[in-house]
Design a protein around this ligand. Structure first.
Ligand SMILES: *Cc1c(COP(=O)(O)O)cnc(C)c1O
Length: 377
């Protein structure tokens, strides 16, 4: 067996889901758990459901199909605006979709009617981050149309911040969104059931706001999977940040000069590398069998005191000043959300689910990565 894998601690994911569901629930806010960071992995989805999550949300239909095919029982949300060419699949795979185009809404309505279903839609409103969403001035008319289309049920409104430009959901921005919801309700003539106010970037707001206003729903990925809010990537107290561990095997370990010799141009990835220089001294370097194809340079943090100095497509180089690593050792890394997505997408990383077997203490395995090598994984 290879040491190069991603370890997924399902009990930590379940615990994070349960804790956030309870905390947000106390504020009247439900969660759809976002699975795009794990490519709709059915084991993870099942852990989320065990944690009390009733709705699973993903940006890709293939991921929804994967979870459905595995028999995971939940309400399914498509959270990227549907591709117009895929409306039949959207209606078949998603109970709810987030929408920003009236032409697509009409196509969804037709597809739903043809399939003999009612498809639920949330209309997304632009709140300043400049990714998807109707402009505030457009949304009332779009909502009137959506409410009138046979085959569709206008379930509510939503908004999304933090993603493209890092715009923070301040109390002012969120109040304006709530006010807009009420304006649209006036135009449509009924109350919106679901007001989906954002993502893991809304964590700070929801925990500190005097009131969530009309927001009664959030779509949460990173905060559950990695225990972090996303405006400043701060750890959320009481949640596990280490449900995922990327493990790589050392394929070379030796002392080399700390600075490159010769004329320096661009490296294999078209970048100008920053050398981890210790002057003229020799330095122990270890190469791990992971690369940009599996993780990202800035998205991995070793759990032992060694330093990432660079990455190519399939080799990750560490500075190991204390000389603790040897060829064949396994090194454990924490991952960022982007590196998690890369690792889950890489066909080269085996997925190992914990607890498995249940008698093992995952704590020891994760805290003492060198232990893995000794086990000959
Ligand atoms: C990715 C995404 C989310 C979840 O974001 P996290 O930061 O992982 O919580 C929510 N809504 C939309 C529209 C998204 O694209």
């Amino acid at each position: 067996m290879s040491a190069t894998c991603i370890e997924i601690d399902l009990s930590r994911i379940e615990g994070n889901a349960r804790t956030l569901r309870e905390r947000y629930g106390a504020r009247g806010v439900e969660i759809a758990a976002v699975t795009k960071g794990v490519c709709g992995d059915p084991e993870v989805a099942q852990a989320l459901v065990r944690g009390g999550i009733g709705a699973l949300a993903d940006s890709r239909l293939d991921n929804l199909a994967r979870m459905r095919a595995a028999g995971v029982q939940a309400e399914y949300w498509l959270i990227r605006p549907p591709r117009p060419s895929q409306v039949e699949r959207v209606v078949a795979l998603a109970d709810v979709s987030l929408n920003t185009e009236r032409a697509t809404l009409r196509r969804l309505a037709e597809a739903a009617q043809k399939a003999g279903r009612v498809h639920q839609v949330i209309l997304m409103v632009e709140s300043g981050d400049l990714r998807e969403g109707f402009l505030p001035a457009e949304v009332a008319r779009a909502a009137e149309e959506a409410a009138s289309l046979p085959g569709l049920h206008l379930r509510g409104l939503g908004t999304n911040l933090v993603c493209l430009n890092g715009v923070i959901p301040t109390p002012e921005v969120m109040s304006a969104f709530s006010a807009l919801v009420e304006e649209v309700e006036g135009r449509v003539g009924r109350r919106m059931e679901t007001v989906s106010g954002g993502n893991s970037g809304n964590h700070g707001w929801i925990m500190s706001a005097a009131s969530p206003g009309r927001v009664n729903h959030l779509r949460i990925g990173e905060a559950i999977l990695l225990g972090r809010e996303s405006t400043r990537r701060r750890a959320i107290p009481g949640l596990a940040q280490d449900a995922f561990t990327v493990v790589g095997e050392v394929i070379e370990a030796r002392d080399k000069p700390s600075v490159p010799t010769g004329e320096v141009g661009l490296n294999a990835l078209g970048r100008r590398p920053a050398a981890a220089s210790v002057g003229d001294a020799m330095m122990r370097r270890a190469i791990v069998a992971l690369g940009e194809q599996d993780v990202t340079l800035h998205g991995v943090r070793p759990r032992i005191p060694v330093e990432v100095v660079g990455i190519c497509g399939d080799q990750l180089v560490l500075a190991d000043r204390a000389g603790r690593l040897h060829v064949g050792d396994a090194v454990a890394f924490d991952v960022s959300y982007t590196a998690l997505l890369r690792a889950m997408t890489s066909p080269y990383l085996a997925k190992r689910y914990l607890p498995c077997p249940p008698a093992e203490a995952p704590e020891d395995r994760v805290r003492n990565p060198l232990h893995f090598g000794a086990e000959g994984l």
